[in-house]
Design a protein around this ligand. Structure first.
Ligand code: GLP
Length: 249
């Protein structure tokens, strides 16, 4: 596990965007695994700027998002589909057919999950997966539980996750209680993983991810076993780590 610590959120976002840009330079038809949440917004802004400056090109890129709320229409401003278009896709030259986000409005959940896993496989697997992290160390919407799930599946969100995400909705009652998410197994299959975290509120989750026992109760802990993972943190989220374990950048 490589850990890079940046002085603040902006630097973290720049570093992350630079890594995606390098990936696209090396492999213009990369398959990107993308995340939502507040944390990657700065990275998406940087990527849009780089695209506008002609430094990167998304014409051959394919994307797969980690997750989507169940039974929330795409037109809802809080859907992850809406988020991705607002923050990235509407501003770059990605082809519509190359964008993949689980369909939260499906009436056949099993088929939707199976097709999503198949589509990732057909695309050749994810080259680089961007992750945020929940306060309880969830990745995607893989909540703490008793086993690591292999593929895309429907999950019941934890009360703490519903509360954390309520800030985006008018009231907590409007937050969906379920979501479709790639499994921990799908995430783990990515060739490279880049996890971003910012703020004191994530410090404990990061501590447990780096030093904790590898348990499904701490979903991100399994990343300790991945061969090519980098954590890009700001100083606050890294505050519980031993400085000998990271590089200041
Ligand atoms: N499903 C998303 C995760 O992918 C994200 O990592 C997490 C943290 O979000 P934030 O970056 O807003 O703290 O929120 C949601 O639960």
């Amino acid at each position: 596990m490589r850990i890079l610590v940046c002085k603040d959120y902006n630097e973290m976002s720049k570093k992350a965007a630079q890594m995606i840009a390098s990936q696209l330079t090396l492999k213009p038809d990369s398959v990107l695994g993308l995340a939502t949440g507040s944390t990657p917004i700065g990275m998406y802004k940087e990527l849009v700027s780089m695209y506008e400056e002609g430094l990167i090109d998304f014409s051959e890129v394919k994307t797969f998002n980690l997750d989507e709320y169940f039974e929330l229409p795409k037109s809802n401003e809080q859907s992850y589909d809406y988020f991705m278009r607002e923050n990235l896709f509407n501003h770059i030259n990605i082809k519509e057919e190359n964008i993949h986000i689980p369909n939260g409005m499906t009436d056949n959940i099993e088929k939707e999950c199976k097709n999503y896993d198949e589509a990732i496989k057909e695309a050749g697997g994810v080259d680089i997966q961007v992750l945020g992290i929940g306060h309880n160390a969830h990745i995607g919407f893989n909540e703490p539980t008793i086993n690591f799930e292999r593929g895309t599946h429907l999950v019941n969100l934890k009360e703490s996750t519903i509360e954390a995400n309520a800030r985006f909705f008018d009231s907590i009652d409007e937050v969906p209680k379920k979501a479709i998410t790639m499994g921990t197994g799908s995430i783990f299959k990515s060739k490279k993983i880049m996890l971003l975290a910012s703020g004191e509120g994530k410090a404990e989750a990061i501590y447990n991810t780096v030093y904790g026992k590898v348990l499904p109760e701490v979903p991100a802990s399994i990343l300790q076993f991945h061969n090519d993972i980098v954590l890009i943190l700001d100083k606050d989220s890294a505050s519980k780590l031993d400085p000998k374990d990271y590089k200041l950048v």
